[in-house]
Design a protein. Structure first.
Length: 115
């Protein structure tokens, strides 16, 4: 089970931090990350962090502006979003993989960036 928090509305150039707390079989997680879906568009990859180490991956559109981190003690992943742009407006979904190749999704949280 994944539970997101931290969304909201911010002006362009501002910052937000999303959190995603995992519960249940967290010992089997291999990676957690974020996807986003803007109105009328497909769900796109944003960022991922691997649980065994701190290896990260980012979409080109957010590289150098967003930072993903994790707290293994709390089974939580964070997405620090800086220099936000109106085109970052979307529903952000937390995503996780486990050792059995299962995928898990959060319910999504709205991020709105006003110009």
């Amino acid at each position: 089970h994944l539970r997101e928090s931290g969304g909201g509305t911010v002006q362009a150039g501002g910052s937000l931090r999303l959190s995603c707390a995992a519960s249940g079989r967290t010992f089997s997680l291999t990676a957690m990350g974020w996807f986003r879906q803007a109105p009328g568009k497909e769900r796109d990859f944003v960022a991922r962090i691997w649980w065994s180490d701190t290896t990260t991956a980012y979409a080109d559109s957010v590289k150098d502006r967003f930072n993903i981190s994790r707290d293994t003690g709390k089974d939580t992943v964070y997405l620090q979003m800086n220099s936000l742009k109106p085109e970052d407006t979307a529903i952000y979904y937390c995503h996780a993989n486990d050792y059995d190749a299962n995928e898990y999704w959060g319910q999504g949280i709205q991020v709105t960036v006003s110009s």
